[in-house]
Design a protein around this ligand. Structure first.
Ligand SMILES: Nc1ncnc2c1ncn2[C@@H]1O[C@H](COP(=O)(O)OP(=O)(O)OP(=O)(O)O)[C@@H](O)[C@H]1O
Ligand SMILES: [Mg+2]
Length: 221
């Protein structure tokens, strides 16, 4: 049996809205194994992005715990959590989130710089894997959507995370670019045996996952 990378137990999340509490996630349980590809589907507003942010340690649940490689993200200090995110977690956003003043190469190197590491071999390997060798000195505003997302994908993988989260990674791309980003994402994930959790509206993508979970009104179906 393969090892579990992530175990989330009893995840609930409420937001205060005016003078009411809105329960967005209700008692969610989820396990992800090493190298596994899990797709998360569900209607707009069902809580997919909220769940992904909590699983990745970008947001805290109102109750429950998220255990990544044996460490509970919900009880760690901010400092330890930041280190854990750097070393074990990759995240790809729908809207790319590149740093506008850095080139493609510098964006991809950025997580290594933050961790005071250097690994030119790894950076070169990823730049070539995402087919951006001819664009490595370009800035984000000079790139197409597909090129931006390929840069973001390389950046998310540069530290060899145990798990990669992607929130509608192809949501801002047209059909051809979406397909290219997707196949690179899956090739890189399989080559490195990284666990992958993707939020998607695309049934074609969900079909390629090992497992699909659906959220309805904050609960797993
Ligand atoms: N910071 C917040 N404060 C209050 N309500 C919030 C906050 N963040 C999210 N919500 C609410 O939580 C619900 C779930 O939001 P979430 O972004 O997780 O949905 P989603 O499934 O990702 O939707 P979409 O498919 O449109 O991206 C929504 O009703 C949203 O308005
Ligand atoms: Mg969302």
């Amino acid at each position: 049996m393969t090892e579990q990378v992530l175990v989330a137990k009893g995840i609930s999340k409420s937001f205060a809205l005016e003078n009411r509490e809105i329960a967005v996630l209700k008692d969610i349980f989820l396990e992800v194994r090493q190298g596994e590809f899990v797709a998360i589907m569900g209607k707009s507003g069902s809580g997919k992005s909220t769940l992904l942010s909590i699983l990745a340690g970008l947001d805290q649940p109102s109750s429950g715990k998220v255990v990544l490689n044996g460490d509970d993200l919900t009880t760690m200090s901010e400092e330890d959590l930041a280190l854990k995110r750097q070393s074990d977690i990759g995240f790809v956003f729908q809207s790319f989130h590149l740093i506008p003043t850095l080139t493609v190469r510098e964006n991809i190197e950025f997580p290594l710089n933050i961790a005071r590491q250097q690994n030119d071999e790894r950076v070169n390997e990823l730049i070539s894997a995402v087919e951006l060798s001819h664009r490595e000195n370009s800035f984000p505003h000079q790139l197409s959507g597909g090129e931006k997302q390929r840069t973001a994908l390389a950046r998310a993988l540069v530290s060899k995370p145990q798990i990669l989260f992607a929130d509608e990674p192809t949501g801002n791309l047209d059909g051809k670019n979406a397909e290219q980003v997707l196949s690179l994402l899956l090739d890189l994930q399989q080559a490195s045996n990284t666990a992958l959790v993707v939020v998607t509206h695309d049934p074609g993508l969900a079909k390629r996952a090992d497992r699909t979970i659906t959220i309805v009104d904050g609960q797993l179906l």
